[in-house]
Every structure is written in structure tokens, then in C-alpha cells.
Design a protein around this ligand. Structure first.
Ligand code: TYD
Ligand code: MG
Length: 460
């Protein structure tokens, strides 16, 4: 009989498994991504004759109490968490290296400690002195109330951390910075590999569930956008939050990708400053603060991030083709194939020939939008740039554009209209209402609504 394999090779990129090492993963094509991991024997068969205990089932109706919440004192963070941190829950905070995860979590731990919760911050990346220096820079070390209940430790050894947690049962919140640095002696591979990350996380999550503290795992994201190695982690935790933003910009967005205790697609907006992350309660005002109303090629879009409306400026610059080849399409913060589509629709349905021009499109503030609802604002900015006529300064747009140039309805009209009016805009250009299933949208009284059915209305 053939000997049972004792180890297996796992692609660190796509998690494909191979019995033998190869230089290139057949599944995802990545080079040198295979790592050897030892197989832990699993009991092959349930023991005969041994039966489980019957479950006590229950009815669907009955009283359900919502989980209690720890207030993090940061409204933006609370919202993304679904109203605060749930005791005993496990949250994964992912993001690019250097985006500000450690800073955000240190600020949160201090705020929680100040509110009389016992917090432990374990860093596998930085020494205690480095954390102290950061705290000094953020002026977090000035508050004696916070310092009494916040403990720091620098370690990568999960066994040591587990013993510490078992001995100190009064902890409410534990932060692990980061899960990729953690290491379990019993697992043969190096820190950061799939099995280390999975096993370390499993052990820490088990402790969180048995001891009842809220666990926050910080994780790095690879350049492809997946949480490095541990995509499996996403299934093990209660909530996955991504911290993202453009390095050149001061804005940072915290986005819930999964949340068992709240809505996903919720965002929190922060601004990076010398003294740490500052919350931005009214992002629309901030994103529009530097807008010059009387310049051609700009239009305001009323977008939606999760449940939250946000107004953004779409800027377009047209210039004569700079090279012999295809014209340039430089797009920041939006989908370039949608831009090509709108250019084609403008040309085919409205006779606006922009195909031979270089087009630069930018969403100000470094935000990325992926809603088709931005089509109308992009078209308005393009038309304005082409005609040299600025859009009306008190006008905002939203609506999807179809291939025949028709303007289609989008979701959450009322919420968008409310935000437009809140920021002092006088007119909203929105899709024409069709159908009788839903009521004709009514905005706030101070807002004029211009319904458009076709893109050519906008050109006129
Ligand atoms: P850091 O929190 O260490 O990022 P991460 O843990 O995601 O790798 O932050 C990266 C750098 O940015 C660090 O040198 C501190 C600096 N920084 C500020 O100066 N102000 C801020 O508000 C933030 C968030 C970071
Ligand atoms: Mg860090």
C-alpha cells in the first residue's frame, strides 16, 4: 500500500493544493507561490457506537435581545461596526501596509480604555518603544484615565498570548497587530503562511469565544486586494472591515465588507493628520470644499456609500490628442470602461464627437466610485468640458445611462435628494420617473427637480 503523504504544497496566492512542489501554480499561474505545509492527521471515521447528544431545537418566534455594544467613542467606527463593538465578536481589519490600521486601532483602544474597558494591545510588528512613540505623537499618553486600563505587549507567540489571556480574565477587548506576524510552534510553516495564519486565528478566536472578549485582528492586504493568505479568515470572523484610501490623499475610508452584527457597505470617513485620524462626520462638505463652481468640465454627483449619501465632484479635462496612437483615457476613481461607453453613447446618440480627444477624468478627494448612478454626472462633466460651459453651480446629478442614451432610474432617490438639498444645492438633475409601482420621487421643498429621459436633453 502506498505511504500516506505527510505534507502538502499550498499555493499562497489561490490556496490550490498539490502533492508535489512545482515552480508555477497551474490554477492561478503565479510563480514560486507554493509552500510546504504538514498535514495534521484527522480522525478518519467517527467511532462506531458513539453517538452525539440530541439538540434542543426551538421555535422561530420568541424574544431576541440585540447584542450589547461597546461604544468606541468614534462615531464613524461605531457606524461601520453596526453600532459599536459587540463583546465576544471577532473583527478583521484589513488594509494596505502604511494606510493607518495600527494608528486607528491604537486610537480606538485608548478611547475604549478611557471608557473603563480593559484593553490589551499585542503587537507582533513593533516594539513597545515604537508604540509609545506613536502614542506620544498622537498625544494619547496624556490621559491618565486611559492609561490605567490599557496594556501593551510585544509578541508573536500565540501560545504565550493564549496563556496571558487565560490568566487575565478581566479583558474586554484584545487587538492583535497583525495576524500575519503571529506564530504557533505546533505548525511547521513560517509566519504569514496560510496554515500559520489560519491556525493562529483559530486559536485566538477560540479564546475570544470562550473568554468573552472582543478580538480585533489586523491583517495586511496583498496588492491584488485579497487579505494576504488568509482569505479563509473572512469566514471565521464576524466582521471584515477594510481600511482604504489613496496614499497621496488625506482621506481614509473604513468599509464593512462583512458584518454579522450590522449592515455591510457602511463606510466611515477619516482624515489623516499629524495627530492621528480625525473623524469626518460630513464628508460631502469636505469633498466639495475646494470646488470652483464656474469652471467647465465639473459636475457634482450624488452618490451612495452603503446607507450613506455622499456628494462628490467629477472633473473632466479634454485636450487634443497628444500622440499618434489611440487617444489617452486617464481615469482616477472611476471605471474606465464605463467612461468609454459614455463617450460612445454621446457620440452615437447626441452627435458629440470626443472620440479623438484625450480625456482625463478625476473624482476629487481620492474616493473610488463604482456606481453606474454616476453616469449622468460624468456625461454632464463631459458635455460641459466639450462646450466650455460650466454646469450650474447649484446643480447636482445622478442617474444611469443606457446604450441608447436613455437615462435610467437608480436606487435610493429620496436619500440622495435629501443630501443634495442639505448641502445647499438648488437643483437636482435625475432620471425621469417611469412606472406606477413606486411613487414619483419628492425632494425637499427647497429643491427643484429636473427629470431627464434622454442624454440629448442634457446636451440641449
Ligand atoms: P500605520 O498606522 O503604522 O499604518 P499600518 O498599521 O496600516 O501599516 O501608519 C503609517 C504611517 O502613517 C505612520 O508612520 C504614521 C503615519 N500616520 C500619520 O502621521 N497620521 C495619521 O493620521 C495616520 C493614520 C498615520
Ligand atoms: Mg501597523
Amino acid at each position: 500500500m502506498a505511504k500516506k503523504p505527510t505534507s502538502i504544497f499550498i499555493c499562497q496566492n489561490c490556496h490550490a493544493r498539490y502533492p508535489k512542489w512545482t515552480g508555477r501554480c497551474d490554477q492561478c499561474g503565479e510563480w514560486n507561490s507554493l509552500e510546504e505545509e504538514t498535514l495534521t492527521p484527522t480522525p478518519s471515521k467517527a467511532q462506531p457506537g458513539k453517538r452525539g447528544t440530541g439538540l434542543k431545537t426551538t421555535r422561530l418566534d420568541g424574544t431576541a435581545t440585540p447584542p450589547p455594544r461597546l461604544n468606541t467613542s468614534m462615531a464613524e467606527l461605531n457606524r461601520v461596526l453596526g453600532g459599536g463593538l459587540v463583546p465576544g465578536s471577532v473583527v478583521l481589519v484589513g488594509g494596505d501596509p502604511g494606510i493607518g490600521k495600527s494608528t486607528l486601532m491604537l486610537q480606538m483602544t485608548c478611547a475604549l480604555a478611557k471608557a473603563h474597558h480593559n484593553v490589551l494591545y499585542v503587537s507582533g510588528e513593533e516594539a513597545i518603544d515604537q508604540i509609545r512613540l506613536r502614542a506620544q505623537r498622537l498625544e494619547l499618553d496624556k490621559d491618565p484615565k486611559a492609561l490605567d486600563q490599557l496594556d501593551l505587549a510585544a509578541s508573536i507567540n500565540v501560545n504565550d498570548i493564549a496563556t496571558t489571556l487565560e490568566e487575565n480574565r478581566s479583558l474586554h477587548v484584545v487587538v492583535i497587530d497583525s495576524i500575519q506576524t503571529m506564530w504557533l510552534e505546533s505548525v511547521a510553516s513560517a509566519p504569514g503562511s496560510v496554515s500559520q495564519v489560519r491556525n493562529c486565528a483559530f486559536e485566538l478566536i477560540r479564546l475570544a469565544k470562550t473568554l468573552g472578549f472582543a478580538l480585533i485582528l489586523i491583517g495586511h492586504v496583498t496588492k491584488e486586494g485579497a487579505l494576504a493568505g488568509p482569505r479563509v479568515l473572512e469566514h471565521m470572523v464576524d466582521a471584515v472591515l477594510y481600511f482604504e484610501g489613496d496614499r497621496g490623499h488625506q482621506f481614509r475610508i473604513l468599509r464593512a465588507a462583512k458584518n454579522r452584527f450590522g449592515a455591510t457597505d457602511e463606510i466611515g470617513v477619516f482624515a489623516m493628520t499629524d495627530t492621528g485620524l480625525r473623524e469626518v462626520p460630513n464628508p460631502s462638505a469636505l469633498f466639495l470644499a475646494e470646488r470652483h463652481g464656474n469652471i467647465a468640465g465639473s459636475a457634482v454627483f450624488a452618490g451612495l456609500e452603503g446607507t450613506r449619501p455622499i456628494l462628490l465632484e467629477v472633473q473632466v479635462l479634454l485636450s487634443a490628442k497628444s500622440s499618434d496612437g489611440a487617444p489617452r483615457r486617464a481615469v482616477l476613481g472611476w471605471d474606465s470602461s464605463r467612461l468609454s461607453m459614455i463617450l460612445a453613447v454621446l457620440e452615437a446618440r447626441c452627435g458629440l464627437k470626443l472620440g479623438s480627444m484625450d480625456v482625463h477624468l478625476n473624482i476629487t478627494g481620492g474616493l473610488k466610485i463604482n456606481e453606474p448612478a454616476a453616469d449622468l454626472a460624468v456625461a454632464a462633466a463631459l458635455i460641459s468640458a466639450a462646450t466650455g460651459q460650466p454646469t450650474a453651480p447649484h446643480e447636482a446629478y445622478f442617474g444611469e445611462i443606457g446604450l441608447s442614451g436613455e437615462v435610467r432610474q437608480v436606487s435610493q432617490t429620496a436619500v440622495r435628494l435629501k443630501e443634495i438639498s442639505k448641502l445647499g444645492f438648488k437643483q437636482a438633475v435625475i432620471p425621469r420617473h417611469v412606472g406606477t409601482a413606486t411613487a414619483r420621487p419628492k425632494g425637499p421643498a427647497t429643491l427643484t427637480i429636473a427629470e431627464t429621459g434622454h442624454l440629448s436633453d442634457l446636451v440641449r
